[in-house]
Design a protein around this ligand. Sequence first.
Ligand SMILES: Nc1ncnc2c1ncn2[C@@H]1O[C@H](COP(=O)(O)OP(=O)(O)OP(=O)(O)O)[C@@H](O)[C@H]1O
Length: 358
Amino acid sequence: MALIALEKIRHTYQERPRSDADYALKEVTHQFADGGAYALLGPSGCGKTTLLNIISGLIQASEGRVLFDRHDVSAASTQERNIAQVFQFPVVYDTMTVYDNLAFPLRNRAVSEPEVARKVRETLELIGLSEMAGTRARGLTADQKQKISLGRGLVRADVNAILFDEPLTVIDPHMKWVLRSQLKQLHRRYGFTMLYVTHDQTEALTFAEKVVVMYDGEIVQIGTPAELFERPRHTFVGYFIGSPGMNLLPVELAGDEAWIGSTHVKLPGMPSQTLTGALELGIRPEFVRLGREGIAVDIAKVEDVGRRKIIRANLEGREIALIVGEDEEIPAEPHIRFAPEGINLYADSWRVDLGSQS
Ligand SMILES: Nc1ncnc2c1ncn2[C@@H]1O[C@H](COP(=O)(O)OP(=O)(O)OP(=O)(O)O)[C@@H](O)[C@H]1O
């Protein structure tokens, strides 16, 4: 396994890029620790696959360098980089048996047959295909074939990293959950460096130790699931992670008070910098309290979602989502309060340090 460093990586698919907007990746500098489990999370088109392919060597970046353990591999092929890659759709040899499909990458590297047998059996067990070792791949279902692809990625112990690009798309929901937990266990057991591309926050948050959130060709935040939830650095992270996402309300500032129309909210601290651009107060639905005191609101909608209720309230024409327990009573004259530890301030979409907060 290797430490993977990206230095000032930029990439464009256009021959004559004129501005930043022509770049699929605007500028990425980041180190993926040896043995780390990372998810690259972001909406369709934000540059996740481009970044993954630059790491694997399928694409050469227009600018910048890729280093594996401090060696410059920018010009090296995927094979030279010794990377295993699992794609969204199965890549299997139809005429081979399930066993031979998994043995193939090992035999290619002249691994001894007893070792091939040991590794293949172990991997078959992991992906739940032991019973099918002797079956030809041709007749298998799409999700069985994808399990073979996963197995082929996992069978080699000597790779520098395993890269997954939305590998569970074709797998049914229950098996998705099983495989995700198995990947996590495998990471704990063998310490592979794993990078996992997804646009699904549940997948990212359950798989990864660190989540790399991408938006419009840039990394906007790298953090643990708790950090992304508690302190989103960018409004996109607040909105994209969480269900429902963070409430974002345009505000005007007067000292340590934020004004939402004619309503004011005391901030937990004073901004430590001069602010420019549009200001927004961000608060997750989990930190909005419902009661008989505070800011008067109208309730527009109540949704029952299992053990909690999502309430959509209306404050001076702006919608605010809040989450309450399933048995919590909705007062006849509802009011809300913002828990101070949940209040964030954003200037031009970036989080402002409020002194007292971490
Ligand atoms: N081969 C290509 N030629 C031209 N443009 C491309 C090519 N591949 C990707 N792009 C563009 O680059 C941008 C980033 O695409 P990329 O596939 O990396 O995003 P993504 O986050 O992986 O999205 P998805 O989840 O839909 O795969 C998009 O605007 C896309 O249209």
